[in-house]
Design a protein around this ligand. Structure first.
Ligand code: NAD
Length: 403
């Protein structure tokens, strides 16, 4: 699966670079990581493979998350690091791209063992990271608590304070307001820019949303500012719920926390229990993919009924799936812009740390909106003027900054 994702990322880069007339040597250099740290962490007699891939630093320090998941492998980390370089470049951030992870199932470990693993990871990488070199962040199964442990270990190892060495920290430890909602919010900003450009923004529209975790939930919440755009279906890994009158997203959140609880939607009409994959073929104007990679492939692309697909997960549409969607005239808002809200607010957290400031949520959200409106607007204009897909336009804009 992760090999397919690496191939998809590399194909997108190769195609855009070829269209821009770059030679093979330039293209090869863009595909190759600048540094790969591959090591093992010993814990209770087990040895866990660990990675940090530093892909490209032309525009600034490497930036990218750290994933704790049994499926983590070198191809997956390489693919995600490559995508990060193009994402930061596509939105014009002063950052490069990297990614890291440990092949481990943290649910099988005690909290103490997760802490030991996190601290060992930060200690091993300490000479290679830092606010001016490489700034890791949370990703799948890592969170502010784990990042706080890593910052502490990193600072102890290098012997100096450096809050900007990681992002996604707790608020008490230098985190940023607005980070939890940032990726979902960015998805809405990107979609709204697209709908404005296509003169659809005031039309009644329906949305089906695959994946109802952090990103999907906040996408739904922020979307409520546009009452004409109605969320009619959501899914998680187990179920799909459909409510043609529109889903009240607030009812799905546990009171006093923002933790999404899709099971609270159980009173809605459950059309396809245990068939979550069906969400991709539901009749809606917009299909939002906020679960995992490879959600649309050559197997199910033909069943997509939406005319707009929004990629909030990384790599949710494969190259073969995309070719079919293209034939059906379905526009795809590509991941490197549509899910860039998270890395944008990470960048804002880093800038707050470097300036020793703490901005209000309003200020963070405004900056996020400005940056992403500009990036999405540039992508849409280029796609229209060159008659290329939105993804091709986004990769071309990124490539021009990287070469
Ligand atoms: P999460 O773990 O909070 O949520 C994932 C959701 O997807 C869960 O609701 C899960 O049940 C659902 N899911 C899993 N398999 C599914 C399937 N086959 N069908 C339908 N739903 C399924 O993760 P998240 O933080 O919301 O991230 C979602 C995606 O967005 C991931 O691919 C992640 O890499 C990407 N992403 C996240 C961020 C971020 O800031 N969190 C930023 C950029 C990209």
């Amino acid at each position: 699966m992760s090999k397919a994702m690496l191939q998809t990322a590399q194909t997108n880069i190769r195609n855009a670079a070829t269209r821009l007339g770059y030679d093979e040597k330039t293209i090869e250099a863009l595909l190759e990581a600048e540094a790969e740290h591959i090591f093992e962490i010993e814990l209770n007699g087990t040895s866990y493979p660990a990675y940090r891939i530093q892909h490209n630093s032309k525009l600034g320090p490497y930036k990218g998350g750290i994933r704790f998941h049994p499926g983590v492998n070198i191809d997956e980390v390489r693919a995600l690091a490559t995508l990060m370089s193009f994402k930061t470049a596509a939105v014009g951030l002063p950052l490069g791209g990297g990614k890291g992870g440990i092949a481990v199932d943290p649910r099988e470990l005690s909290s103490e063992d997760v802490e030991t693993l996190a601290r060992s990871y930060a200690k091993h990488l300490a000479p290679h990271i830092g606010s001016g070199k490489d700034i890791p962040a949370p990703d799948v199964n890592t969170n502010a608590t784990i990042i706080d442990w890593m910052v502490d270990e990193y600072e102890k190892t290098v012997g100096k304070a450096d809050r900007g060495s990681f992002t996604g920290k707790s608020m008490a430890n230098g985190g940023s307001e607005g980070r939890p909602a940032a990726t979902g919010r960015g998805g809405v900003i990107t979609l709204v820019e697209y709908l404005k450009a296509k003169k659809l923004i005031d039309k009644p529209l329906t949305v089906a949303l695959q994946g109802f975790g952090n990103v999907g939930y906040y996408f739904g919440e922020v979307l409520q500012a546009y009452p004409n755009i109605k969320l009619i279906a959501v899914s998680n890994s187990k179920n799909t719920w459909v409510q043609p009158d529109g889903i009240d997203i607030k009812k799905t959140a546990v009171e006093s926390t923002d933790t999404p609880r899709p099971e609270q939607l159980a009173d809605l009409q459950t059309v396809t229990p245990a068939a979550a994959a069906d969400i991709t073929s539901i009749k809606a104007d917009i299909l939002v993919l906020a679960a995992l990679e490879d959600a649309i492939t050559e197997i199910n692309a033909d069943d997509v009924q939406a005319s707009i697909v929004v990629e909030l997960a990384n790599g949710p549409v494969t190259t073969a799936g995309e070719a079919i969607l293209e034939k059906k005239n379905i526009d795809i808002l590509p991941d490197i812009i549509a899910n860039a809200g998270g890395v944008i607010v990470s960048c804002l957290e880093w800038q707050q740390n470097l300036a020793d400031e703490s901005w209000t949520e309003d200020k963070v959200n405004k900056k996020l909106e400005e940056l992403l409106q500009k990036a999405a607007g540039d992508m849409i204009t280029r796609s229209e003027s060159e008659n290329i897909t939105l993804r091709q336009a986004a990769f071309e804009l990124a490539l021009e900054r990287l070469v």
